[in-house]
Design a protein around this ligand. Structure first.
Ligand SMILES: Cc1cc2nc3c(=O)[nH]c(=O)nc-3n(C[C@H](O)[C@H](O)[C@H](O)COP(=O)(O)OP(=O)(O)OC[C@H]3O[C@@H](n4cnc5c(N)ncnc54)[C@H](O)[C@@H]3O)c2cc1C
Length: 455
């Protein structure tokens, strides 16, 4: 069998299939030193557990996990598949440990994930190194610099696979195929078709290799699409980040403790609507809707230690006027926005660890929590741009990870796992750590099912 893509989903599929006795070939578009796509940047996965573990505090029940998915997606999810992900999440973690992946307690920061998420010791690269080591020791054939360009599908069966290896074309006739080659966020042309010229101002947080060739190829051949093309996991990142692969260190967790203004120095959304883990993934899209796809998080010295900073230092000034000059914001309007905000803040007990009662009154948009007047210099700002993590448009799958077609039939030997099908569960929104859980759970299912079709 052939696995396309060597990220978390692909590795889980390849290892599971190999452990069932299948002959497995893994095709990875990136060179060896860039292998593993977006997975390289990850830190954790979300898993249910009925009691504290060595790395997680307290219980996180299946019901709570499922409720969280329902809440962040506003019910825009395939409930059967979402339940499957939740139910299988703990077994996934145990299986990863058996493959040589180590976990550690939660890292500190504003996401407060110590109860719900298991962190990889050494991050996503260490996880990948462990999985690749295991794959090599089991005899999985791995080809780097190998891009799949076309799957020839006839009567719901993939008969031929075309691609390039080191710029030479090749053709395979696999017994089964697992497509685990991510979304299309790194494909500028495709993003522009959906977002227009605004897409040119988007930064891609992860790999430049996820360009959606296989996804497009499958959709063109009648695979049932799932997910709105405009939906994606998009966070607000430091506008000074590189176009690709800026990773986790360019993310900004200061929004809920700031006032966020657009190019016109006007607020546009409730910065303190909910805990940051439940809101961080909407801010990329919110910034994408602003002029020039840029915004500025403004805060003062009172809150500077309440969040994980970006790798770049904040812009800093003794007066709001100077800060306006540094950020090129209209000075008069910035002063006015902050003044109106400060006047609207009601007194309460400020507490970053709970949904506190510090909010605004008679101000639109409201700031629901963690509203403190911005009045203690130095004043600081971070420039924000949309950082696209992964797109949600994908192929529809069933509970066996089989790709579904528009005629209602499922593929006979073609399976999908990871970002390429995450939109089945993530119709919108995001819960930190679910991407890796979806990829791992469906990777294992796909690998197991594909084995049935592999000599
Ligand atoms: C900065 C950042 C931080 C993140 N942190 C977390 C986190 O802590 N927890 C979490 O759950 N999720 C996190 N995510 C999301 C997470 O990365 C994904 O949900 C998960 O890694 C998806 O795995 P995947 O295998 O589907 O995709 P990927 O890991 O992206 O792997 C896809 C692979 O396919 C290859 N490929 C692409 N096209 C082709 C082709 N045509 N032919 C052959 N190969 C191809 C790519 O080179 C790549 O190696 C993060 C993402 C980013 C960008």
């Amino acid at each position: 069998m052939v696995v396309i893509g060597g990220g978390h989903a692909g590795m889980c599929a390849a290892l599971t299939a190999r452990q069932q006795g299948a002959h497995v070939v893994l095709l990875e578009k990136a060179p060896r030193h860039m292998r593993g796509g977006n997975t390289r940047h990850t830190r954790n996965l979300r898993t249910q557990h009925i009691k504290s573990t060595a790395t997680m505090t307290g219980a996180y029940t299946v019901d709570e996990y499922f409720h969280d998915i329902m809440q962040v997606t506003a019910g825009n999810t395939n409930e059967t598949l979402a339940r499957l992900v939740v139910d299988e999440s703990e077994a996934l973690m145990q299986w990863l440990v058996a493959q040589g992946v180590d976990f550690q307690p939660s890292l500190s920061g504003t996401l407060n994930l110590d109860r719900t998420n298991a962190f990889f010791l050494g991050g996503g690269c260490a996880l990948l190194n462990a999985l690749y080591l295991r794959a090599e020791s089991l005899g999985i054939e791995i080809f780097y610099d190998t891009e799949v360009t076309h799957l020839a599908i006839h009567e719901h069966t993939c008969q031929t696979l075309l691609g390039n290896h080191n710029n030479e074309s090749f053709e395979l006739h696999p017994g089964a195929v697992v497509a685990a080659c991510g979304g299309f966020q790194a494909n500028g042309d495709w993003m522009r078709q959906i977002w227009g010229p605004a897409a040119d101002n988007f930064l891609i947080r992860g790999t430049p290799y996820n360009q959606g060739q296989v996804l497009k190829n499958l959709l063109d051949q009648g695979a049932q699409p799932v997910g709105d093309p405009k939906q994606c996991h998009a966070v607000a990142i430091d506008a000074r980040a590189p176009k690709f692969d800026g990773g986790i260190v360019t993310r900004l967790d200061c929004v809920c403790f700031s006032v966020v203004v657009n190019r016109q120095a006007q607020r546009f959304y409730d910065e303190g609507e909910d805990f940051w883990p439940k809101r961080y993934a909407i801010w990329g899209r919110l910034v994408a809707q602003q002029t020039d796809q840029i915004a500025y998080a403004i805060f003062d010295s009172k809150v500077v230690n309440n969040f994980m900073p970006s790798i770049y230092p904040p812009l800093r000034a003794d007066t709001l006027g100077e800060l306006a000059q540094q950020t090129n914001l209209p000075e008069h309007q910035l002063q006015r926005t902050i003044e109106e905000f400060n006047q609207a803040v009601t007194s309460g007990t400020y507490d970053p660890t709970v949904l506190d009662d510090c909010s605004t009154q008679d101000l639109l948009p409201t700031k629901s929590h963690w509203a403190l007047p911005i009045d203690k210099p130095p004043f600081m700002a971070y420039p924000l741009k949309p950082g696209i993590t992964f797109t949600y448009l994908g192929v529809s799958v069933d509970h066996l990870a089989r790709v579904m077609f528009t005629d209602g039939k499922h593929a006979r030997n073609l399976f999908a796992a990871g970002e390429i099908m995450a939109g089945n569960i993530l119709g919108q929104g995001y819960c930190a750590g679910t991407g890796m859980t979806i990829g791992g759970v469906f990777g294992r299912i796909a690998g197991y099912q594909a084995t049935c079709h592999t000599p």
